[in-house]
Ligand binder design. Sequence first.
Ligand SMILES: [Fe+2]
Length: 292
Amino acid sequence: MFKLAFASCARIQDLPLQPAWNEIRAAAPDALLLLGDNVYLDDNGHADADALAAELRQHYRRQLAEPSFAALLADLRRRGKAVLAIYDDHDFLGDDRCGADEDGALREAARAELVQAFDPVTTGAEVYRRQSFGLVDVIVLDTRFHRRRPLPIDDGADAVLGAAQWQWLQQQLRAASAPFVAVASSITLHHFADESWERYPGAFARLRGLLRARRGALLLSGDVHRNAVYDDSGVIELVSSAVARRGLVFGALRKNYGLLSFDERGVRVELRSLKVGGRFDFRIELDDWRLP
Ligand SMILES: [Fe+2]
């Protein structure tokens, strides 16, 4: 049995106390996956790397000191469990910004702050990586550093990840011998909001093809401020976003997160939410790999 908790989008400025992390701690996960927008920059237009780094550091410091979050991380550390964190736009360069469009010093600074905050296992200088947990291999993608804003024409099959990360991903998927593989992407694969892999048709088709060829593969994503599940011809995406923030329109509290409990035969998927429509609880069997 292996239990993976996943979450994204925590805005400490809106929610100085974030009770969702206590619930995740109570579930005693074997690993915590933070899918990005783990903190939110106030300034979305940083042009100076030092100023960007200073602002990120201040938000990380506050988030890491939030009592429920700190207690969760301390509990995971004490039990020898993993924390896997990646950024999205708001904890990288700001709203919808992509690393390859910008001065290189900015993206380097944002990546260094993520490493400083969460001390992830890295692949050389890169923060994309694979971690094996017996039953499950978790592949964490970096969908920000090497990406450009979508173009009116297709950016080609190397878009989003860049050629080197694509090659690495293909190798990792071949090497992943665990029954299950969870591929973590900060942005959604399928189109739920402005940003998704679907805006990059060549890369979208390529990733779908890789996932489709691999029974036991799940795509985990965040970013869109709700929970959702999607099954497109056997390509299964599970979305959980807004673990600790307020709704954009009415300011309602959001407390969305996901728990995946893997065993030899399948996985129980629980997406928890204060909203009835955001709650899911079902199993996917390995020998019948589709949403029920
Ligand atoms: Fe985002």
